[in-house]
Design a binder for this molecule. Structure first.
Ligand SMILES: [Zn+2]
Length: 426
């Protein structure tokens, strides 16, 4: 008994030192649970000496993943998922360790209870998840101007509906685009090749995958290098993956979110074929693994922050082709930049004349949250008011036919993307 005790104390001390080296120190004033320190110590000891960390009431996950979610929402979700205590928590947010295979069930429960998805952030490491218990870096306030009328109008004339519908059709023809499915990998590879065509004969454009260590679907990044201030970056994108329920089921994901990728594609196409080169760099990104807890955008935005990338703004396009509300475009007001949202509303008024509104979406609602969390101004213009969105998403019936059979709604978002790119990357 005595030997065990001494061993445990030394394990905690040794592990604690390792945890401190890894950048974690418990912040008791912030209300972080002491279990974290013990857990970090045990984990670090485990990696050194084969000790298996123990979460009471649960078997150790085969493919561990750490999830942050709002504590107030847990009561409405599948109790069986939350058998163990949280690994760490503060007043509002709890971190749980799951097996990767449980994320689908968690996301499905979120969608059923709160009509949003995923509704949580997931991470491949505990260290990354613990960041969510801290105050995020402040998003800088910036001044926005709208003064590129001639150029914006010329490029808006390049935006077409047909290429958007074509891309939705191609992407939704994959059996599904799950972030762990073979067809989800294929869809990402196909998009890389499709987008590489924009780089032909344009040396300032390049296409590269962003590889994720814990799953096989790659995010896709097109970089359009700025001519005057290339170190300043504007990001436009949406998630490539999709699901229907959970598991490897057929999921066309035409609206959620082939539509957002297709609108991103059309911004890229209209700008390049319109002969435009920005002063600042624009990155067009198709994110992997959004439905599994914003995994793809979470890793990319954190990498950008780590590398000190100066992202001036991020536009997230997620579900843009189902016209279910009276107005045209609705901005998510929480976990987004109020300043940038107002700028986008101003762009609609100045150039597009659409009716727009706003709504609150909640925690971990879409990829904008990953960018906001890393201190970047982000916005999500959405297809409807919150409760009026496409009822077919996350089913085998999320088809183009069930979004009206055309891309007339997504067309508006592609036009907004063009105005945003030109007025922000100038
Ligand atoms: Zn989505």
């Amino acid at each position: 008994m005595r030997i065990v005790k001494i061993l445990l104390v030394s394990v905690i001390l040794a592990g604690g030192a390792a945890a401190a080296r890894a950048g974690y120190s418990p912040d008791f004033d912030g209300g972080i649970d002491v279990r974290v320190a013990i857990r970090a110590a045990l984990e670090s000891a485990a990696s050194a000496g084969g000790l298996v960390p123990d979460v009471p009431g649960r078997p150790a996950p085969e493919h561990p993943v750490w999830v942050s979610l709002e504590k107030s929402e847990i009561g409405a979700l599948d109790e069986a998922l939350f058998k163990g205590l949280p690994v760490a928590q503060n007043k509002r947010i709890a971190i749980y360790e799951f097996d990767d295979s449980e994320l689908g069930r968690l996301a499905d429960g979120m969608r059923r209870s709160f009509r949003r998805a995923p509704g949580f952030h997931a991470y491949a490491t505990l260290e990354a998840a613990l960041e969510d218990l801290k105050e995020p870096p402040a998003v800088p306030q910036r001044a926005y101007t709208v003064d590129q009328a001639q150029r914006v109008k010329a490029l808006l004339a390049q935006v077409k509906e047909e290429p958007i519908a074509d891309l939705i059709t191609t992407l939704s023809a994959y059996r599904n685009r799950g972030y762990r499915s073979a067809t989800g990998v294929d869809a990402s590879k196909w998009l890389q090749q499709r987008w590489a065509r924009f780089a032909e004969g344009r040396p300032y454009i390049s296409v590269a995958p962003f590889k994720h260590a814990s799953f096989s679907q790659e995010s896709v990044i097109v970089t359009m290098l700025g001519s005057r201030e290339p170190e300043k970056v504007v990001v436009i994108g949406g998630h490539l993956d999709c699901v229907a329920g959970y598991g490897d089921r057929p999921a066309p994901g035409a609206d959620d979110n082939a539509s957002g990728v297709a609108a991103t594609h059309e911004v890229l196409r209209a700008l390049t074929e319109g002969g435009y080169r920005p002063a600042k760099t624009i990155k067009f990104i198709a994110f992997a693994a959004e439905e599994a807890g914003l995994l793809g955008s979470g890793e990319i935005a954190a990498a950008f922050r780590r590398d000190g990338v100066n992202v001036e703004g991020m536009l997230n396009l997620d579900m843009v082709n189902y016209k279910g509300s009276q107005g045209d475009i609705y901005f998510v007001t929480d976990h987004t930049s109020a300043g940038q949202n107002a700028f986008l509303g101003g762009l609609i008024d100045a150039y597009l004349g659409y009716a727009w509104g706003e709504f609150k979406c909640g925690y971990g609602c879409s990829d904008h949250a990953s960018w906001t969390k890393n201190g970047y101004p982000a916005s999500t213009p959405f297809e409807t008011l919150f409760k009026e969105h496409n009822p077919f998403i996350h089913t085998a019936n999320d088809t183009l036919a069930n979004s009206g059979g055309n891309a007339s709604h997504a067309f508006k978002f592609a036009r907004l993307g063009v105005a945003y790119a030109v007025e922000l990357a100038k």
